[in-house]
Design a protein around this ligand. Structure first.
Ligand code: NAP
Length: 292
């Protein structure tokens, strides 16, 4: 089977900053959607455009050929997949389950094993590219699971993203996302420190950004979030509390592998400091507050 909008209906659970845009693209591509979210109002726009609301993740699964989740934490993933009356207990025979949340590799493996035991198929497929990448449909999607299952749902990934890669078996997508978050952590630290230096030295940080934003220091994060750090615009694209979750997972996995990542530990400590001082629900550019 390869998914297509004439024969397959899609379940989507978790319609927050990322999920709303991602599900919206699938809907515009012609897929009938079945939706559930903890806060129902966040599905209003999709429902007004034809999606069907259900009262539980299990009900979504019972009506869908492919079920996609984009919730917050590993505990949320566990609840919607493995809770009583949740996805695994209700999915249609042969359904493909795709978790796109940033979550734990070990949980992805646990879900894949539980799914297989029930004749279901599962992929872990976290994303990178931020809220703008989700809005534009340009996400990088890093996938773990079986090749045949990846091939079957690749048309869905191609609607939501541009760089789509199978990285290995169950959990490989989440491990790849951890690599991504480790690089993001270093980048965020470097951006905040470069801009702090610019300010302290009496330069105009916005003008400095124009110079360094195209040289060897250039990056997606420097150019995307640097201006927000300078302007003090802390509206969330990616929540501080979600990034702390990611760094916690990456450090736990690194410890288990015997990899020492002192830069990541430093970034996590600074993010925890700004979160404790009230920036939990800010966007990750709020790291600059640690330098004020
Ligand atoms: P978000 O806005 O908080 O969206 C998550 C949504 O899932 C929320 O609407 C939440 O409901 C819902 N949810 C959580 N637990 C649930 C449950 N047990 N049952 C039903 N619904 C549940 O966060 P987001 O920014 O879209 O991020 C989602 C995931 O993607 C996170 O793991 C994050 O780390 C990752 N991610 C985010 C970005 C980004 O730039 N934002 C980029 C890449 C990856 P409520 O509305 O009630 O809270």
């Amino acid at each position: 089977m390869t998914v297509n909008p004439d024969t397959n209906e899609i379940g989507f659970i978790g319609l927050g900053i990322m999920g709303q845009s991602m599900a919206g693209h699938l809907q515009k591509a012609g897929y009938k959607l079945h939706v559930y979210n903890r806060t129902q109002s966040k599905t209003d726009e999709l429902v007004a455009a034809g999606a069907q609301w259900h009262d539980s993740p299990g009900e979504v699964a019972a009506n869908s050929d492919v079920v996609i989740t984009m919730v917050g934490y590993p505990s949320d993933v566990e609840e919607v997949f493995l809770g009583s009356g949740a996805i695994l207990d209700n999915a249609k025979e042969g359904a493909i389950l795709i978790d796109m949340t940033t979550s734990e590799p070990s949980l992805a493996i646990k879900i894949a094993e539980a799914a297989k035991a029930k004749g279901l198929r599962s992929l872990d497929a976290p994303v990178s590219g931020g809220d703008m990448g989700a809005k534009k449909g340009t996400l990088s999607i890093m996938v773990g699971g079986e090749q045949a299952d990846f091939d079957a749902v690749k048309p869905l990934f191609e609607i939501m993203g541009e760089n789509i890669r199978l990285q290995g078996g169950p959990g490989a997508g989440q491990h790849t996302k951890m690599c991504n978050q480790i690089v993001v952590a270093g980048n965020m630290l470097a951006t905040a420190e470069g801009l702090t230096y610019a300010r302290k030295s009496g330069l105009d940080p916005a003008n400095v950004l124009k110079s360094i934003g195209t040289g060897a220091a250039s990056s997606f994060l420097l150019n995307g979030l640097g201006p927000k750090m300078i302007e003090g615009d802390f509206a969330p694209g990616f929540f501080v509390h979600h990034f702390i979750k990611d760094m916690t997972i990456a450090l736990k996995e690194a410890d288990a592998m015997g990899a020492d990542l002192p830069g990541l530990r430093t970034a996590k400590g600074l993010y925890e400091k700004v979160a404790d001082e009230g920036a939990r629900e800010d966007g990750t550019q709020a790291l600059i507050k640690a330098y004020k």
